[in-house]
Structure formats: C-alpha cells, structure tokens
Write a protein that binds this ligand. Structure first.
Ligand SMILES: [Zn+2]
Length: 397
C-alpha cells in the first residue's frame, strides 16, 4: 500500500509539472472585445471615435489592468495610451459598489468596461484599431504582504515586474457617419450630448441577450433664453417652456417603424412622472423612422396626441413628425434624439451622424437650486458633425 501511494504521488507530481509547463505557454484567459465598431464622429474640436472595450477576466486570479494602448493596425503607430488615473477615469464596472480606485482590478470571472474616446484625423482615420492591454496578476498573499509593507524588496519587485501583455481585438473603423438634416431648427442646447462621461454614453444594458449602448450619441435638445432659463413664468406648466410644441422634423427620407402616442405628460420637475417608468414608458411618446442602410432615427418624450404619422408611412426629409413634449422619463419639455442601428432606444447601438450647425456657446447646470447657465462665444461652423455635450448650437432655419 505504501509503495503504491508513493508511485501515485510521483505520477501526480509529473502531471503537475507538465501542466505547469503547459500553463507557462498559454496566456491568461482574458477576453477583451469591442461590442460595436466605432464610426468617425466630427465635432468643433476635432474628430473622434467613441466606443467601448469590454474586458472579462476568465481566470481564477484577479487581474489589474495597468495600461491600455490603442494602435493603428496598419502603421503600428500608437494612437492612444491610457494608464494610472487617466485609465481609471474611463473604466467602469457593472457593480457600482466597487470603489473608483479599485476599478482596474478585475476579479476572477468579472468584467470591466473601458469607455474609449480616441481623437483621430477626420480625413485620415485609421482603418483598423488593435488593442494592447497590460495586466498585473494579483496573487492574493503577495499582494496583501506588499500592501501591509511586510514584503521584501525582491517580493515587491516581483509583483511589479510580473506583467502580462495581451494584444488583439482588431476592430474596423467606419469612416462615413450617416448624413442627416437636423431634427429641429434654430438654437438649442445639446444637453447630455456626446462626451465620454454623460449619462447617455455610459448606459450599458444587456437586453435581448446582448449588451448595447443605444444612447451612445443621444442628445437632449432644449431651448434657453439669454439668461439660461428654459421657461418663463410658472415652471410647473409645460406650455411655459420655450421649446414646448416645437415641430420635430424627419432628418431623412424614411419609413415610420414605431410610434407611441398615449402616455400622459409629466408636470415639470425632478420626480413628477405621470406614469411608472418601465421599458414601455421610458421614452414616453415617440417616433422611430427607418432611414435606410440599417439606421434609425428616434425621437422621444413627444406630446401625447401630437403624432402626425403612423407606422408604415413613408416620410420625406423635413416633414413634421410630432410636437416636442414632456412624456416618459423626462423632467421638462425637451426632445431626446438619437440615431441607432435598430428601432429601439435601449437595445440597439447608438451611432454618430453628420449634420451642419454652428456652435455659439456652452451650457451647464450650476448653483442651488440647480439652474442652467450658458456662456456665448463667437460662432464656429461645423460641416458634417454632431454637437458635443452641453454645446449651444444653431441649426439652419
Ligand atoms: Zn435623453
């Protein structure tokens, strides 16, 4: 019995040594992928690519993402490098309770999102991007010893140099954003518009079995006067808002594929929704138009009973679809507008578009109680672009 046990131990030891040798050649199982390939977006401050990398640690060891490089796949030039606090700022975790400083440490079996915002040359964007990620495996005992200051200098050096570099996930770059006419005329504030940190940009949802950011490039358009107010008189009345009842225009020729017209309006205010907010009511009354080539224009929060079109209607560019209102998940009259690759607000992927406008200022929310503050500046003309978050823009009349 004793001899048999000893032989078994030797055999197990050999297997174990072989397995270790094999493991040394197999990189750690970490998935990183781009759910939606980026399209070049143009703004008054240059062109950019806004997309995400989803990083999933499929090993049994926590892995800290230390560095991320975005590389032009053709020239091998590094387009963007993120590390330290700059990397932490663009990372998020599905579990919001993970502290900001711990976002880069991806536990066994867990996922992180990296929100990328990559400046590019509008005329010569990379055709494909490659991603290089540097991880530090976190063996629990060594990490704790270093943290408590008990580790020897050698142990500390081993932790810092034990880095894993993974390269892969080549994503194509779509060069041409869909060209549209603006959904409204005149001057508007582009609240919650494209930025790397807006609420629209960071709403990742898994619906229909896959993740998507339908609102990646969504904008809440509203109108303000010269002192930044969006209303006159009593702010609890929808009709006192400057933009209330504005005609919403078809941004391209298309076919109406989805409408809702029966949700009552909210009294303006942070918490005064007229109906419980769920998947059916979140966008309020709305219109979706198929504008061709797998692209859809979506208009949300419109006035009940104001729809001028029905599902199946063919619409022409500039045609009035509905009137701006305050229904669904909305605090005051505005239009939530987005272009996406599907007719749903949340389960399709938001994409940028190209339209003409002038940037005439910037707006924000400040003070107590919070109030809109806008600063005007000389106009900058943008041809074939999309407004950035909180810009004050003027569309052609
Ligand atoms: Zn919105």
């Amino acid at each position: 019995m004793i001899q048999r046990s000893a032989r078994r131990f030797i055999a197990l030891a050999l297997v174990s040594a072989t397995a270790r040798a094999a493991q040394a050649q197999i990189p750690p199982s970490i998935e990183f992928r781009v759910p939606k390939a980026p399209t070049v977006a143009v703004s008054d401050s240059g062109a950019y690519l806004a997309y995400e990398l989803h990083v999933t640690n499929l090993t049994s060891t926590p892995m800290t993402l230390r560095r991320l490089e975005v590389i032009d796949d053709a020239s091998h030039a590094t387009v963007l490098t993120l590390a330290d606090s700059a990397l932490l700022r663009v990372m998020a975790r599905p579990a919001p309770q993970i502290p900001a400083a711990q976002r880069a440490k991806i536990g066994a079996g867990l996922r992180a999102y990296v929100y990328l915002w990559v400046p590019v040359d509008a005329n010569h964007p990379p055709a494909k991007l490659l991603h290089r990620l540097t991880f530090k495996p976190e063996p629990p005992d060594t990490t704790r010893a270093v943290a408590e200051g008990r580790a020897s200098a050698n142990a500390r050096a081993a932790v810092d140099t034990n880095l894993v570099v993974l390269e892969g996930t080549v994503t194509p770059v779509e060069r041409e954003a869909v060209v549209i006419s603006p959904p409204v005329r005149g001057e508007w504030a582009a609240f919650n518009g494209p930025s790397n940190s807006s609420g629209h940009r960071r709403l990742v949802l898994a619906l229909d079995g896959h993740v998507a950011i339908g609102q990646r490039f969504a904008i809440d358009f509203l109108q303000v006067d010269s002192s930044g107010h969006s209303y006159h008189g009593d702010p609890s009345k929808n009709e006192n808002y400057y933009d209330y009842g504005t005609p919403l225009l078809a941004v391209a020729d298309g076919i109406v594929v989805e409408t809702k017209d029966s949700i009552p309006q909210n009294v303006p205010g942070a918490n005064s929704r007229a109906v419980p907010i769920n998947m059916v009511t979140v966008g309020g009354n709305h219109v979706a138009i198929d504008i061709g080539h797998g692209r859809y224009a979506l208009y949300a929060h419109v006035q009940p009973g104001s729809l001028r079109v029905r599902v199946g209607d063919h619409v022409k560019r500039g045609q009035v679809l509905a009137l701006l209102g305050n229904s669904g998940n909305s605090t005051e009259p505005h239009v939530h507008f987005q272009i996406a690759d599907g007719p749903t607000f949340l389960s399709s992927e938001g994409i940028p578009y190209a339209t003409d406008f002038e940037v005439v200022g910037n707006c924000g929310v400040a003070g107590t109680p919070p109030a809109i503050v806008c600063t005007r500046h000389p106009a900058t003309t943008v041809k074939g672009g999309i407004p950035l978050m909180n810009e004050l823009v003027r569309f052609p009349k």
